[in-house]
Design a protein. Structure first.
Length: 228
């Protein structure tokens, strides 16, 4: 059986690298935040991610009122991961979150369990992103044929003898909803891999997991779902 891996979904938007001035802000409560800051906070809580390329105004508001927004998130045991250079803001659970008196973890973020197929898809996309980013590309594009070619060696793990296009497009649609992929205008079979994927799968973990899956794919055809 393959080992578990999960990814926290998150949807993202980002902004320019201008230095926001937050010195005059009252960050005491959400009611003290300006309307544009509250809109950015609500969107981040709903989607988990904001990408500058898709939601420029929200991302800029997030940068401008970062101190106040971070204080509100801290009250909910959450934290903001902001990469203004990459144009991405992600919602994260605070690491020091304690269990409540009933023994349950206090969290607003529910971990998502991925099927083995979804995990493999995420890994091959992350691998492609890493390769193209290393070569100096800023906008990382991949098409359906490239995805299929990268997934094919792992088919024995999924108990499938061939790659079903309908299954693949359904899985890709879910990644688009989570802002891991973005559409390329006018090209239905090409996708941009967003920087969000960098924070879901680290480079070291990517190499480790891909190596293990390659060994399993070569050894037998047993597959299954993977859980955290």
């Amino acid at each position: 059986m393959a080992e578990a891996a999960t990814a926290q979904a998150s949807d993202a938007e980002s902004a320019d690298s201008a230095s926001p001035d937050t010195s005059s802000l009252d960050t005491g409560s959400s009611s003290a935040l300006p309307h544009e800051a509250r809109r950015a906070l609500v969107y981040l809580l709903k989607k988990g991610v904001i990408l500058f390329a898709e939601k420029r105004l929200l991302f800029e508001a997030l940068c401008r009122y970062r101190a106040g927004i971070e204080q509100q998130l801290d009250n909910m045991y959450l934290r903001l991961l902001l990469d203004d250079k990459a144009g991405i803001a992600l919602l994260r659970q605070r690491e020091d979150t304690d269990d409540d008196e009933d023994g349950e973890v206090v969290t607003l973020i529910t971990p998502r369990t991925l099927t083995l197929y979804d995990t493999l898809l995420l890994l091959v996309l992350r691998k492609h992103f890493q390769e193209r980013e290393t070569s100096g590309e800023r906008q990382i594009i991949i098409d359906l044929e490239q995805i299929e070619a990268r997934l094919t060696p792992f088919l024995p793990l999924t108990n499938n003898s061939r790659l079903e296009r309908r299954t693949l497009t359904g899985a890709l649609a879910k990644l688009k909803e989570r802002k891991i992929l973005a559409s390329v205008r006018g090209e239905d079979e090409r996708f941009e891999i967003t920087p969000a994927i960098r924070y879901l799968v680290s480079a070291d973990f990517l190499q480790q997991l891909l190596g293990e899956y390659r060994k399993l794919a070569g050894a037998d055809g047993n597959g299954g779902d993977q859980h955290e």
